[in-house]
Write a protein that binds this ligand. Structure first.
Ligand code: ZN
Length: 186
């Protein structure tokens, strides 16, 4: 299986969300997750490409085009990795896809289940926010293979941010298990 990993945002151009008190940037956490996930998926026998860029589907021509790179490879599945942010109080993980009743919806459900189960082992109050349809997102709309965007936890919430720092290995193992669960269904 060919898996395209897109760590969200782009250091130096677009940091994504930030946690000012803990000096955390979403772009750095996403890249760290992407590199760990790539290693685990390669060990499981997947081919992996990883690309972090501010050019999602052609709107920033000097930077590499994420969706075109995934479509041209062509990848079997596409995973974008992000951290959420809202009002510093909201917590939890959610996984986004274009349509719930699709292969992407199945992939999203499998990843979300592994991720929520894993983080609830470290913190029983960690919310499972489920899967959500987001056909407006460029990386889900312009990719031609099942594509999901994982919002691992809320970076602006200090409890979630601690999980994002301390549990990177468990978080990426959970996402990898969701991907291999999907692979087993094919
Ligand atoms: Zn993001």
């Amino acid at each position: 299986m060919k898996v395209f990993i897109n760590p969200g945002h782009m250091p130096g151009i677009d940091s994504g969300a930030i946690n000012r008190s803990l000096l955390l940037r979403e772009c750095d956490i996403a890249l760290s997750f992407g590199e760990l996930l790539a290693k685990k998926l390669r060990s499981a026998g997947c081919s992996v490409r990883l690309l972090q860029s501010c050019n999602l589907c052609g709107e920033e021509p000097p930077a590499p085009n994420i969706c075109a790179a995934a479509n041209n490879w062509p990848a079997d599945i596409f995973i974008s990795l992000h951290c959420n942010s809202f009002n510093t109080a909201v917590r939890g993980a959610e996984t986004l896809c274009c349509a719930e009743s699709s292969s992407a919806g199945t992939l999203a459900r499998l990843i979300q289940k592994q991720l929520a189960d894993t983080l609830q082992k470290f913190d029983a109050s960690f919310p499972d926010r489920g899967i959500k349809e987001r056909p407006d997102l460029a990386v889900l709309r312009c990719t031609e293979m099942p594509a999901v965007l994982v919002e691992t936890a809320f970076i602006d919430n200090d409890k979630d941010a601690v999980l994002l720092i301390d549990r990177q290995d468990a978080i990426t193992s959970a996402i990898a298990r969701g991907i291999t669960d999907y692979w087993c269904l094919l």
